[in-house]
Design a protein around this ligand. Structure first.
Ligand code: AMP
Length: 437
């Protein structure tokens, strides 16, 4: 199967070839014709399966032939600034053979809004944005969404999460009722199925997450270790496994900085990526890691979703992810586009029960390894009665702020007979409580 057979013109075919794509991936084979036809798509595709090009290539072609004259043709929303920037770059690359220059704007928070407002003057063909910055731009009257043709939610389940609920609801209310909706993610927890259903109209459903051809070649390992010895074990593995680069996930900003500092003292080049850094520092850290200028990037879950790092041989869960779905997103940073990779999880006495839950959720049964010299001395405590022994996903500061903003003011007494809440455009209604405990 070639890109031409999917209905792409020379614009898309040349762009795919320029990016080194010879054969479309399964998600591209299924999604590209549907997007070109203007249909809604709900795609559950393994991370690293080529889903960005699956929506960008056909959107570019639709923008080239668009005759609506709308101030904005396509809006692509992503949950993190890094992912939005990455998608924006793919859009620019995929539009390089268009007969006229497409106006492609990426707008994320943490940097000055003025250049983004300037770039949006006179409209845009494609806007890639994070939800918060998009609303800032709307408030500044810098963008008008009322006539767009296509909406893409990348990492859609994260955008449906209660942390983004209020912002997404406000954005949806600004969109035309008649539009194409494309939802992409590697995971779609049951809780978001009903929400996705209300947004989509007769969608083409694509599920390539479990097919043999697309399952990335990621070797998964679980190593038991005492909590206090994890940095030493990490250093040992970097040396003995000869990892040219490794992405390490930690639970807190403090841990990322602490581990990075220790590694630097051992002459291992390390950078950190977390939400408390300036956007310039976040961008630089990722750039240095991608350019192989630093060997170790220690990140919070900010880097878990969608970030594409070519030839990354290893991911380490220094701390386990709270959410079982985030385990998949994290390990998917390696083993991309058919390459091999390894994902190592450090299992401590504290986290043993949680790792068992992650395994159960994903149908895994990994052997517990012990590295000579790092034999754990701590023993897992039995879970307290009724505790379940397992923590849920901890919300980020930003999520907590967003949720607080989404809640009605606590001091306001409930009206005696509340009127039903009007649904935002498309009949989209969020459930009352948080979906992740
Ligand atoms: P994504 O899942 O969109 O993050 O893409 C994962 C990686 O696969 C990226 O590095 C893409 O450049 C690459 N990729 C996308 N489509 C193809 C293709 N048809 N053939 C080879 N590599 C691809």
């Amino acid at each position: 199967m070639a890109f031409a057979a999917l209905g792409l013109t020379a614009i898309g075919q040349r762009a795919a070839a320029a990016r080194g794509y010879v054969t479309p991936t399964p998600v591209q084979t299924l999604a590209i014709p549907a997007v070109l036809r203007g249909q809604d798509v709900w795609a559950c595709a393994q991370t690293g399966s080529g889903k960005t090009a699956a929506f960008v290539l056909p959107i570019v072609e639709r923008c080239v032939t668009a005759t609506t004259g709308a101030p904005l043709q396509a809006l692509i929303l992503a949950p993190t600034r890094e992912l939005a920037a990455q998608i924006g770059a793919v859009c620019v690359a995929c539009a390089q053979f268009a007969p006229h220059r497409l106006r492609i704007v990426t707008a994320v928070g943490g940097v000055s809004i003025n250049p983004q407002m300037m770039a949006l003057r006179g409209g845009a063909d494609i806007l890639v944005a994070t939800p918060g910055r998009l609303l800032d731009l709307v408030e500044h009257n810098a963008v008008r969404l009322h006539a767009l043709t296509t909406l893409v939610l990348d990492e859609a389940d994260r955008l449906f999460d209660l942390g983004f609920a209020e912002e997404l609801s406000r954005i949806l209310a600004l969109l035309p009722a008649q539009r194409q909706n494309l939802l992409f993610s590697a995971t779609f927890p049951d809780a978001v199925h009903a929400l996705a259903d209300t947004l989509l109209h007769d969608p083409v459903r694509i599920d390539v997450a479990s097919t043999q051809a697309t399952t990335p070649r990621i070797g998964q390992r679980a190593i038991c270790v005492d909590k206090a010895r994890r940095t030493q074990l990490l250093r040992h593995l970097i040396a003995t496994e000869r990892w040219s680069r490794v992405l390490v996930f930690a639970a807190t900003r403090y841990t990322t900085e602490h581990v990075a500092e220790k590694l630097r003292r051992l002459d291992i080049t390390s950078a950190t990526l977390h939400g408390e850094l300036t956007q310039a520092a976040r961008t630089q850290a990722l750039k240095d890691f991608k350019a192989k200028r630093v060997r170790v990037l220690i990140a919070t879950d900010l880097a878990a979703r969608g970030i594409d790092i070519a030839d990354l041989p290893a991911v380490v869960n220094f701390d386990l992810p709270r959410s079982t779905d985030d385990y998949l997103h994290r390990i998917g940073r390696t083993g991309r586009a058919g390459a091999a990779g390894v994902a190592v999880s450090f299992v401590t006495a504290d986290s043993a029960a949680h790792f068992a839950l992650i395994e159960k959720r994903h149908g895994l049964a990994l052997a517990r390894e012990v590295v000579p010299g790092f034999e754990p001395a701590e023993v897992a405590a039995p879970p307290a009665p009724g505790s379940g022994g397992v923590k849920g996903k901890r919300k980020s500061k930003k999520d907590r702020l967003r949720e607080a903003a989404a809640q009605p003011a606590a001091a306001v007494p409930a009206p005696p007979a509340p009127a039903p809440t009007p649904a935002p455009t498309g009949g989209f209604v969020w459930p009352k409580g948080p979906r992740r405990g």
